[in-house]
Structures are given as C-alpha cells and as structure tokens.
Write a protein that binds this ligand. Sequence first.
Ligand code: HEC
Length: 183
Amino acid sequence: MLTGNLLRRSHRLDEAKTAFSLARNLEPLHPYACLGMARIAAYRGDWVTVATTLEPMLQAHPLFAPALRLLSQAYIQMGRKPPFGEADSVKVPIEDVIDEPLLDALYERSALALIRGNPDRGKALLPKRCSRCHTITRIQQAHKSASQWLHTIGRMQGQAGREWLSDSDAADILSYLANRLHG
Ligand code: HEC
C-alpha cells in the first residue's frame, strides 16, 4: 500500500492507480486502497468518483478519518451538504489522527528520492511555465518542504492543465524548487 501512496505523491498517477487496483482486487473495501484511488480522483477533480469510491468503504469502516475528511471535501466541491458535522470528529479514533502525520513525514522524506526530475532543466523551465498567471517573485520567496512543493505544483498543474505543465516538466520544476530549499 505504501508503494501506491508514494507513487501517487510523485505524480505517477497511472502506476499508483494500478497498485491500488491490485490491492482492491484482493480486498474491494480495503481502506487505504480506496482512499488512494479516491485521492487520485480528487487530484484530477473527479469528485463523483471520490464519493462513489469512499461511500461503500466508509460503510464498512465508518471511522476512517482521512476518508471522512476527503468525502466531506467531495460533497462540498459538488455543492452537497457535508454529511459529517464537527461533533462527529470526536468519534475519530486516535490511531487515525496520529496515523496521517506519520505517513506525511514518510512521504516527505521519500518524495525527493522518488521524483527523478532534472533540477537544471526545472530552473530554466520555471520562468516560462510558472509566470503565466502570477509573477514568479512569490515562488522565489516561498519556503516550502519538498512535499509542500509537490502539493502546490500539483495544484498549479490542475489549474493550468497538463498541456501547459506536463508531468515531467512538473517533476523537473519540483526537483529544482525542493533542492533549492536544501541547498
Ligand atoms: C494556470 C495558471 C497558473 C499557473 C500556470 C501557475 N499558477 Fe501558481 N497560482 C495560480 C493561482 C490561481 C494561484 C492562487 C490560488 C491558489 O493558491 O491555488 C496560484 C498561487 C501560487 C502560489 C502561492 C500559493 C501557495 O500555495 O504557496 C505559489 C507558490 C505558486 N502558485 C507556484 C506556482 C508554480 C511553481 C508554478 C509553475 C510550476 C505555477 N504556480 C504556475 C495559478 C497558476
């Protein structure tokens, strides 16, 4: 399951999807496999798939906190009322609450190792690819971890589309920005 998550984080979405699909063939309502599939759909803005993937899984595992949060987000995106009020959050078991930061720390350390972008190419691409909608001053001044850049660039790719910012361009720019931080 970890492999699927790491691949998803590094934008290799189709490979991640295959890994999660294999897991779901063995166990269709596997919480992490369903969450992984749903996160890929969310990354692509496909909120209907997010909902239809998570709803049956949450019937089997009703207190799986990260999935509850993502499903709430899907409902909001689709203009539906989120099904879970703030009061429900007290029912979330403590394992799930501590689980996510631990996984995030792991992703953060693994993200750069997995993304084999070319930082020099990324440096040259950045002014071209990243100045269409805003200046690059804000990018130059931003201090983010590798995983935060991963998240931001993924969002920018969602805004701009893959025709403007391909996966390999995104990986190169990410390698440059994340290495710049550590260098
Ligand atoms: C299609 C338009 C578009 C392109 C191209 C684009 N951005 Fe953005 N960017 C936005 C918008 C809109 C916002 C403000 C809303 C938001 O934060 O999502 C933003 C905000 C930001 C922010 C500030 C918010 C944050 O999360 O820190 C950063 C940093 C950023 N962009 C980096 C980049 C980088 C790096 C690239 C190139 C890989 C890029 N942008 C390309 C539209 C774009």
